[in-house]
Design a protein around this ligand. Structure first.
Ligand SMILES: [Zn+2]
Length: 143
C-alpha cells in the first residue's frame, strides 16, 4: 500500500502532504489531520512508515465519514481504520490478484451419494478415460 499524493473521496479531491512539523488539533498533538473544506490531509513525517500509512487510512476514513455522513465518533474511526488498514496489509491481492472465477460445477448423481465436482475435475477425469480408451484401442489394433 502506498501513500499517494491525491485521493478522491466523493466529489472532493484531497491533496496528501507529509509535513515536517508537529500537527495540533484542538491543542492536542496528532499523527495527522484532515481539512474537509480545503481538501487536504497532512501526515506528520516524523513517524515510521507503518504509522504514516495507518494515519493515511485513518484520515481517509474521516473523509468518507464526512462525505457520506455516517457520523462516526473519533473512537469508531480509530477502531475501524485500524481494522481496515490491517485488512489492506493482509490482502494486497484484492487490487491486482486473480479474480474469483465462475467455478462451473457439474452434479454427478450416483444412487448412494451425490457430489458436486468442479469442471476441472470432470475435464481431468474425462481426459484420463479418453487416454485410457485410446491406449486400449491402440493395443487392440496392434495385436
Ligand atoms: Zn481522527
Amino acid at each position: 500500500m502506498k501513500i499517494v499524493n491525491k485521493v478522491k473521496i466523493g466529489y472532493k479531491d484531497y491533496d496528501i502532504n507529509l509535513v515536517d512539523r508537529d500537527i495540533y488539533v484542538d491543542g492536542k498533538e496528532c499523527y495527522g489531520q484532515i481539512n474537509y473544506d480545503n481538501e487536504y490531509i497532512n501526515i506528520n513525517n516524523k513517524f515510521n512508515d507503518n504509522q504514516k500509512k495507518a494515519t493515511f487510512i485513518h484520515e481517509i476514513v474521516h473523509g468518507i465519514d464526512e462525505m457520506w455522513g455516517s457520523d462516526m465518533t473519533e473512537k469508531q474511526v480509530e477502531l475501524f481504520s485500524n481494522g481496515l488498514y490491517k485488512f489492506l496489509l493482509d490482502n494486497p491481492e484484492i487490487f491486482n490478484g486473480k479474480e474469483v472465477g465462475n467455478n462451473e460445477c457439474v452434479n454427478i448423481h450416483i444412487p448412494e451419494f451425490s457430489y458436486e465436482f468442479s469442471k476441472d475435475i470432470i475435464d481431468n477425469v474425462t481426459k484420463s478415460i479418453k487416454d485410457k480408451l485410446m491406449q486400449e484401442v491402440a493395443v487392440y489394433i496392434y495385436k
